[in-house]
Every structure is written in structure tokens, then in C-alpha cells.
Design a protein around this ligand. Structure first.
Ligand code: GDP
Ligand code: IMO
Ligand code: MG
Length: 423
């Protein structure tokens, strides 16, 4: 029996998961999303084109490969339909290769409305949500009120929908009114269900475990990043699902002993979009330069991403929670222009120097301690193996690897599929 391998983000999302999943997918029989929803934006670049996926797994462009949207995902049929239409226009035949779990939860139009009303109500304290309805949908899931994909097959689906909608309309009364065209949103929503019904809906826990028993290789694709995890992230500035390896067990129905490789992805620096603590953030020209060079603007919302240096205590924390077996470092090319680069090696707070994160990064005044490294100041464009990297880049990576304690097995040197060094 094969084990299920996992790829997930070790920072605050946007580490380049889409690119790496697409690259590795050829070695697998199935790619499966296990949590999150259309708040994700995974970018793939190949053949001169760029594609952004939100709900669809990043294995969809590879032939002879199944893609599964697992039970842990929350799905908005409207954004999903839009994504599928884009795929159709790009000539991708997904009809027999894209499966959806009956146990995945549905994002209703009123979930999006609640998300927006709640954020507006929070004012300055807002999470900076993508406003895709993620929080309210997971609240209904854990509150045991949600609607699931499998419910669309039920004869009284409309009644179930109306009951939940009515409840949401009552809830909305606690917030100041905001504009929302429910009638149009509802019409689009019901129309989009037709697309969903055409896809194979599966009991995904059997689907996944049967595939494993039959010797198939599965890659689980994380969304968001570990620092946005509902339990271990910078709460309350987090998303509403478990973005860590444990989420694979609950989001796909696989047992812990079936987890194989855990590939943790980190940028060679660090970004965050939305509000919340970010110890190594550079609110200066250097941060601006990272944003410009890295083209750090959200793939889902277009918002500028906050930028800073790589943070070793933060990475060691998320590697611990995830049981990372190897690291993939992306966007190292973004550092090409810097004379000098830096990494936070320790934190200082409460009168001590430590590599441990405090209980609450929001309430603790953490001072990161940086170590500087000489930059390489040259292009990495045509480099396909580690030995050919400039000596400064190798020294930087070697030292990071030592501090992280796990091998850096992949190094990404550009957004395109082929720009990858595999060691
Ligand atoms: P994801 O959410 O983790 O899949 O990441 P996003 O797609 O949101 O953001 C990553 C961005 O960086 C995308 O625009 C990618 O095309 C781009 N990207 C990925 N890897 C690299 C890399 O190694 N170098 C550069 N310059 N860009 C990269
Ligand atoms: P991918 O998969 C980066 C952030 C939002 C916000 C917080 C909560 O592309 O890495 P939500 O919409 O979930 O209620 O937002 O989480 N966020 C992401 N940031 N990448 C993502 O996904 C994100 N998904 C959510 O910006 O701060
Ligand atoms: Mg993204």
C-alpha cells in the first residue's frame, strides 16, 4: 500500500504550492485538496500561460490523473463553475477526472454576506478575510447546521437551503446593514448547481482509501499556510480550517499511519496578506523591493502582500506541527537583486532570547534577531542544479538547512514549471 504524500505551506500562504503540486503531479495518480476553499489562489505557469486555481486541485492540467475535492473543503458552486469554464476554454477535459466529496460543505450566498457584514462590523480589528464566505461556512459546519454537496441530491434540498438562509437573515440583523444583492446571487447559485451535478460526486473516504489499497499514489495539496491554521496560527488572524498535516486525516478520511512524505513549502523570504502579526515584516524600502521583485499581490484578491525576511523560529514551529520530512524553497530568484539578505534566527521577548513562539504573537512584543548574508547579485535563470548556484546562494541555503534541520530538496527559481532545482 502506498502512503499519501502531502504538500503544504509553512508560512502565511502563497508559498508557491500550486506550482510545486503541478510539477510533482506527474508522479502521482491523484491530487486531492483537503481543506480551505475559494480563499485559496494557486498560480501555475507553463507554455507561456498563467492559470489561477481556487477550488480545483493543481493536478488538473496533467493528463491521466484524478483530482479530488475532499470532505474538508468548503465549495462555492458559483466560483467553482467560473473556474471550470476557464479550464474548458483552455481546452482542459476534466469531466471524468474531477471528483467532489459528498461530505464537502457548500458556501451559500448568505455565507458571503455574513462574512462581509462581520468584517465591516470589526472595523480596524478586521481579519482581512478574502470575503469568500469561508468563516461563516465552517461555523455552520462545526455548529452542525451546514449544507453538504451530497444534499444537492436530496429531494428536499430547496427546503434545507431556505431554512439555513432564513437563519442567516436573522443573524445578519446583529450587524449594520451592508449592500448585498441576494436575489442575483441566489439565482447564480442555483444555476451553478447544474455544473456541480454533472461531476462525479463520491464518498471520498472510500474513494481515497480504495485508491491507496490498489497501490495508487496520492498527493494531498494544502491551501493557505500553517500560520493561518485555526488551532496553531496567529489566532484570531487565521482562516477557519486546519491547514496542517493533521487536516489531511480529517479532510480526506485517511488514518495518520497512511501519511508518507510531508513536503513543507517556504519562500526564501516571507509574506502575509490580510491583518495580523508578522514579526519579520519590513515596513520600509526593502519590504517594498521584495513586493516589487516578487510581484507580491494576492492571487485571489489582488491585495498587496506584506513582505519581510525569512523567519527561522516561525518555520521551526510549523515544521514541528506538520512533521515536515523535506523542504521546498521557492522564489529564491526574488533575492537576486539584493546586496545583502537576512534571516531571523531567534526571537527576543519577555527578557529572553528563544526560538520558541509565544502563546500569542498578537499580544507579545517580539523582537526578531537577524543574521545577515551576502547576496549573490546575479540571475539564476538557467541554473538547473544545486552545484551551479552562486556560492553565496549555496552558503545561504546550507545555513538555512542547518537551522531548520530538514533537507531542502527542491529550490524554485522562477514561476514557470521548469524553473526548479531538485536535489
Ligand atoms: P500558492 O497559493 O501557494 O499556490 O501561491 P500563489 O500562486 O498564491 O503565489 C505564488 C506566486 O509566486 C505566484 O504568482 C507564482 O507564479 C509565483 N512563483 C512561484 N514560484 C516562484 C519562484 O520560484 N520564483 C518566482 N519569482 N515566482 C514564483
Ligand atoms: P493560498 O492557498 C494567503 C488569509 C486572508 C486573511 C485570513 C482569513 O493561496 O495560500 P479567509 O478568507 O480564510 O477568512 O481569510 O487568511 N488567507 C490567505 N492568505 N493565501 C491564502 O491561500 C489565503 N487564504 C486565506 O488574507 O488574512
Ligand atoms: Mg495563493
Amino acid at each position: 500500500m502506498h502512503k499519501i504524500d502531502v504538500i503544504l505551506g509553512l508560512q502565511w500562504g502563497d508559498e508557491g504550492k500550486g506550482k510545486i503540486v503541478d510539477y510533482l503531479a506527474t508522479g502521482y495518480d491523484m491530487v486531492a485538496r483537503f481543506q480551505g476553499g475559494p480563499n485559496a489562489g494557486h498560480t501555475l505557469k507553463f507554455g507561456g500561460n498563467k492559470y489561477v486555481l481556487h477550488t480545483v486541485p493543481s493536478g488538473i492540467f496533467r493528463e491521466n490523473l484524478n483530482n479530488l475535492i475532499g470532505n474538508g473543503v468548503v465549495l462555492d458552486p458559483v466560483t467553482f463553475q467560473r473556474e471550470l469554464r476557464n479550464l474548458e476554454q483552455s481546452g482542459v477535459d476534466f469531466s471524468r477526472r474531477l471528483f467532489v466529496s459528498r461530505k464537502a460543505h457548500l458556501i451559500l450566498p448568505t455565507h458571503r454576506w455574513l462574512d462581509a457584514a462581520s468584517e465591516a462590523h470589526k472595523g480596524k480589528a478586521k481579519i482581512g478575510s478574502t470575503l469568500k464566505g469561508i468563516g461563516p461556512t465552517y461555523m455552520d459546519k462545526t455548529g452542525r447546521n451546514g449544507l453538504r454537496i451530497g444534499d444537492v441530491e436530496s429531494p428536499n434540498f430547496r427546503e434545507q437551503y431556505e431554512a439555513l438562509k432564513t437563519k442567516h437573515l436573522e443573524l445578519l440583523k446583529i450587524y449594520a446593514p451592508i449592500d448585498f444583492d441576494l436575489e442575483t446571487a441566489e439565482q447564480d447559485w442555483f444555476e451553478s448547481l447544474a455544473t456541480l451535478r454533472k461531476l462525479p460526486l463520491v464518498d471520498s473516504e472510500y474513494f481515497v482509501n480504495d485508491a491507496l489499497s490498489n497501490g495508487k499514489k496520492i498527493l494531498a495539496e494544502g491551501a493557505q499556510g500553517s500560520m493561518l491554521d485555526i488551532d496553531f496560527g496567529t489566532y484570531p488572524f487565521v482562516t477557519s480550517s486546519n491547514t496542517v498535516t493533521a487536516g489531511v486525516c480529517t479532510g480526506l478520511g485517511v488514518a495518520p499511519q497512511k501519511i508518507g512524505r510531508v513536503i513543507g513549502i517556504t519562500k526564501a523570504y516571507c509574506t502575509r496578506v490580510g491583518s495580523g502579526p508578522f514579526p519579520t515584516e519590513l515596513d520600509n524600502e526593502t519590504g517594498e523591493l521584495l513586493r516589487k521583485e516578487g510581484m507580491e499581490f494576492g492571487a485571489t484578491t489582488g491585495r498587496p502582500r506584506r513582505c519581510g525576511w525569512i523567519d527561522i523560529p516561525q518555520l521551526r514551529y510549523t515544521m514541528l506541527i506538520n512533521g515536515v520530512t523535506e523542504i521546498c524553497m521557492t522564489k529564491i530568484d526574488v533575492l537576486n537583486i539584493f546586496e545583502e539578505i537576512a534571516a531571523a534566527t531567534h526571537y527576543q521577548y519577555g527578557g529572553k532570547t528563544t526560538i520558541q513562539l509565544p502563546f500569542d504573537l498578537c499580544q507579545t512584543d517580539v523582537k526578531p534577531l537577524f543574521k545577515n548574508y551576502k547576496g549573490w547579485n546575479s540571475s539564476l535563470d538557467d541554473i538547473r542544479n544545486f552545484e551551479n548556484l552562486p556560492s553565496e546562494a549555496r552558503a545561504y541555503l546550507d545555513e538555512l538547512e542547518q537551522m531548520l534541520g530538514v533537507p531542502i530538496k527542491m529550490i524554485s527559481t522562477g514561476p514557470e514549471r521548469e524553473k526548479l532545482i531538485v536535489r
